[in-house]
Design a protein around this ligand. Structure first.
Ligand code: TYD
Ligand code: MG
Length: 454
């Protein structure tokens, strides 16, 4: 009956009484889908009409056993997973087309298979021959991974039920098609239904399911947000085109820390692990130049040094350009404002370009001071010594705030041959005894000390 129907926006969850193309609540297009009642038939009208089974209750003290995990042997992947793949879990791996998702998962599948895990790889995008060709190129053709090129979810689930693999890889969720949903593959309703079926199946059959998801131009996973809520782990595979570095980032992980990253390099023979990313990110550094600063960052649990580059040029435009790659544009505006009002370093009439070298994306406020240093260095045409690392958060007052894991940052800098660090406050003695530390209170003090009084 029509009045039993309701419509839910798959982006924001708002409930509407009728369908429309655009959700009034969040403004998203084509996200409103019909909600089916829990069960069909008159008895389902109200939940009170039929008694459910009693739910098992427990207490907070009883410990569930840790879910069993399997290591792939790819250290970068195992770390991002929080210590290996968890049985009966659902993962989503998102990334731009062509970034290397299929390559990563085929390589991972082969490694898991080599460790005695039964793996089925289902490709909905490529033919079996295409996947086999890639496997040959990667030197994996002898690996016992079972392969299928299929998009019909019902057939896939039946196959998984008979084959009983430990791990199934579905490449991609946007190409899958469940015949009980009347919508085209890739549509919100299909993606949601397929992801739901696969997730439920994984839990029921104690199998791990990895779904590949495409990313829209805005950088979010195409299809409904609810898929991200459904699965246990969401990983993003990122990188800049033209750079060979690829970063696998955990944005959600029910079984481990989020924000952990794994670094890979795309080579002619697939993805290679990068054991020492700092060295790699700094390897492309040219000779010392104004606007270049090394930031001692932390990604997840790992220290990572990278170069921040700034360029400042006279603007021909009425409103000067502010262009950022690898960092937050709003945060750049804030630092420019603090430099102008607290330190008297103005950027009026100047175009500002900021770039994190190597295609890395930084979200830590700890990079504030390194960004400010790069900006002032570019503007004053003064070079920061190349053996110096910088980190620290800047507050609106211009004060420098301490950041987490200062010791780990310093140790990594020392390991890579840096001799000086500019930091917000004096860390505990002995943290990195080989480094000369310059601890500074505020941004004006920093500008004075490094670039001379103005
Ligand atoms: P792919 O895994 O197909 O990307 P996705 O599944 O995310 O769309 O990767 C495709 C790109 O990777 C393609 O541009 C070629 C490149 N590549 C290599 O450079 N080396 C390799 O060994 C392989 C297999 C791919
Ligand atoms: Mg692919």
């Amino acid at each position: 009956m029509a009045k039993d129907l309701s419509f839910t926006c798959s982006e924001c969850g708002a409930v509407h009484s009728k369908w429309s193309g655009r959700c009034d609540a969040c403004g998203a297009w084509n996200t409103i889908v019909e909600d089916r009642p829990l069960a069909a038939g008159p008895a389902a009208k109200s939940l009170g009409a039929r008694r459910g089974a009693a739910v098992h209750l427990t207490d907070l003290a009883t410990q569930e056993a840790e879910p069993p995990r399997t290591l792939s042997g790819v250290t970068e992947l195992d770390r991002v997973l929080g210590g290996g793949l968890v049985q009966a879990s659902a993962l989503l791996v998102g990334g731009d087309p062509g970034i290397g998702k299929s390559t990563l998962l085929l390589q991972a599948a082969a490694r898991f298979a080599r460790n005695g895990i039964k793996v089925i790889y289902v490709s909905g995008e490529e033919s079996a021959a295409q996947v086999q060709m890639r496997a040959r190129r990667l030197g994996l053709e002898k690996s016992p991974v079972r392969l299928a090129a299929e998009t019909n979810l019902r057939d896939i689930l039946t196959t998984l039920e008979t084959e009983k693999p430990d791990l199934a890889i579905i490449d991609s969720i946007q190409t899958m098609w469940a015949d009980h949903v009347e919508a085209a593959p890739g549509s919100v309703a299909q993606v949601r239904a397929c992801a739901h079926e696969l997730t439920q199946f994984a839990k029921r059959r104690t199998m791990a399911v990895v779904m590949v998801g495409h990313v829209t131009k805005e950088g979010t996973l195409a299809g409904p947000r609810v898929v991200e809520h459904m699965v246990d782990t969401v990983l993003y595979f990122e990188g800049e085109r033209g750079h060979q570095f690829r970063i696998l980032r955990a944005v959600k992980n029910r079984f481990g820390p989020a924000d952990e990253i794994g670094v890979f390099e795309m080579t002619g023979r697939g993805l290679a692990e990068v054991k020492n990313p700092s060295a790699l990110f700094l390897s492309e550094r040219g000779k010392p130049a104004p606007g270049s600063v090394v930031f001692a960052g932390i990604e997840g649990t790992r220290p990572m040094l990278c170069e921040i580059q700034a360029l400042v040029a006279l603007s021909p435009l009425g409103t000067p350009r502010r262009s950022v790659v690898g960092w937050d544009g709003g945060r750049l505006a804030m630092i420019l404002a603090v430099l102008e009002s607290r330190c008297g370093v103005a950027f009026t009439g100047l175009d500002v370009y900021l770039n994190v070298a190597g295609g890395l994306r930084i979200s830590e406020p700890a990079a504030d001071l390194a960004v400010a240093a790069a900006l002032v260095s570019a503007r004053e045409d003064a070079t920061i010594p190349p053996d110096c690392v910088v980190f620290g958060e800047i507050s609106l007052s211009g004060a420098l705030r301490p950041v987490v894991q200062a010791e780990n940052r310093l140790k990594e800098a020392q390991k890579l041959g840096f001799t000086t660090a500019i930091v917000p406050h004096q860390p505990k003695p002995g943290a990195a005894s080989g480094l000369t530390l310059r601890a500074l209170q505020d941004l004006p003090g920093f500008v004075n000390e490094v670039f001379g009084p103005r």
